[in-house]
Design a protein around this ligand. Structure first.
Ligand SMILES: Cc1cc2nc3c(=O)[nH]c(=O)nc-3n(C[C@H](O)[C@H](O)[C@H](O)COP(=O)(O)OP(=O)(O)OC[C@H]3O[C@@H](n4cnc5c(N)ncnc54)[C@H](O)[C@@H]3O)c2cc1C
Length: 380
């Protein structure tokens, strides 16, 4: 068993860290306050190759595997403080590019993947609805087939990238009441007649990642924009979710590493009654617990990424990674704030933003409760 990255993977991770640190941290505090998405940051990520890490070279990507993705994203998280931007890029790749790459027709891949990789196109994913969240397969948006098109009707909410998206992966029922096997998946262009993009939804954290509702009123989508077979939407969604659960928090391992290093430095230099606060066991033990959470998160992340790379079943591994990393990430942000005392609560120190951003990780891509349901169902 070898726990180290290869030299090549490590080089990618280091260059991702350097890239993120030097190119993605402009005015994050200001943009967070103003809910502002960075289009230039998006393009810089594409120039670096981020959107194309998992995409074959023939479509303009780097053609790398899930282990590289985990390593590169860990480096990005270590260097980048714009968590909203990274969240938007992750949503674009894991919930849009991947379903298209793994299940789309050659025509769809040729038409859209080059733009999705180059940074020209931004993608969003629309599954959640006002009346279906964790019970995803109970969605109500319908798709009725015409001669050469489908007509979509319904509404979606919490659509990450919705306000800036050029294309949207939409799940809808082609067989109402058919549940899992009644769903289909479509690639919908933003200018499709009958598609309405709602106002930006304001969030507590990840504020530089834009979000909106979507409405479909007899929205006409060419039949050729069906991703996979009609009725395969449920399978497609669950396969896409496995990738998402396994990899969407890779950058958070990098963030946790950065926070730990900051906390270590702070604890050694902050003196109270003439003593560094690190001399108190209550503080040094916090650092030890943070380190345990960083290392267990990293092990679970790379185990999940290894399973995906080796094409092994990964339902358990990806749920373990999603549950454990999200809860560790939130806990480490809380502990970082405690170590910094009152300063940690102040906007200037950027820890309150980290905590606000972190809290969403136990909600998106399946809540912690749903991950526990998946894990326990595999145990019992
Ligand atoms: C930042 C962010 C970005 C998002 N981006 C997208 C996106 O791009 N596209 C998209 O489609 N959706 C997106 N979502 C939506 C997200 O997937 C849902 O919020 C999530 O699936 C939970 O659904 P819900 O909010 O309706 O909560 P509900 O399903 O209403 O759940 C409420 C509470 O009940 C619990 N619960 C529900 N069912 C069960 C159960 N069976 N067992 C135990 N507990 C249960 C939940 O865990 C939760 O605590 C995003 C959400 C967030 C926060």
């Amino acid at each position: 068993m070898d726990f180290s990255l290869t030299e090549h993977q490590d080089d990618f991770k280091s260059s991702a860290l350097e890239f993120a640190r030097s190119k993605l941290n402009d005015a994050v505090q200001e943009r967070d306050k103003n809910n502002e998405f960075s289009r230039s940051g998006w393009e810089a990520c594409a120039d670096f190759g981020l959107q194309g890490v998992l995409v074959p070279e023939k479509y303009g990507g780097l053609g790398l595997d899930a282990l590289y993705y985990a390593a590169i994203m860990e480096g990005i998280g270590q260097g980048c403080k714009d968590n909203g931007l990274v969240f938007s890029v992750n949503a674009h790749i894991l919930t849009c590019i991947l379903p298209l790459l793994l299940h789309g027709s050659d025509e769809l891949k040729e038409n859209y993947l080059p733009g999705l990789v180059s940074g020209e196109l931004i993608a969003a994913n629309a599954m959640t609805e006002p009346d279906s969240g964790s019970d995803v397969y109970a969605l109500r948006t319908s798709a009725v087939k015409g001669n050469d098109h489908y007509l979509l009707n319904g509404s979606k909410t919490f659509v990450t990238n919705g306000p800036v998206a050029d294309v949207i992966v939409v799940y809808a029922a082609t067989n109402k009441g058919g549940g899992f096997f009644g769903l289909s998946c479509f690639l919908v262009e933003k200018n499709s007649p009958g598609l309405f993009i709602g106002e930006k939804i304001e969030k507590m954290g990840l504020r530089t990642s834009p979000m909106s509702e979507l409405g479909f009123n007899n929205c006409k989508v060419p039949a050729s924009n069906l991703i996979g077979e009609e009725g395969a939407g449920g399978l497609l969604f669950s396969s896409s979710m496995e990738w998402e659960r396994g990899l969407i928090l890779a950058h958070c391992v990098g963030i946790m590493d950065r926070l730990l290093s900051d906390c270590r430095n702070y604890a050694r230099t902050r003196k109270i009654s003439g003593q560094p606060i690190s001399s108190h066991q209550s503080i040094s033990h916090k650092l030890a617990e943070m380190k345990v959470r960083v290392e267990t998160s990293r092990l679970l992340l790379y185990k999940a990424a290894w399973c995906k790379t080796m094409k092994k079943p990964a339902t358990l591994e990806t749920s373990l990674a999603k549950l454990s990393i999200s809860e560790s990430y939130i806990e480490n942000c809380r502990e970082a704030m405690q170590i910094y005392g009152g300063y940690g609560y102040m906007v200037e120190y950027e820890l309150e933003r980290e905590l606000r951003d972190a809290l969403a990780s136990s909600l998106y891509s399946g809540t912690s409760e749903i991950q526990r349901n998946i894990i326990s169902s595999l145990l019992l």
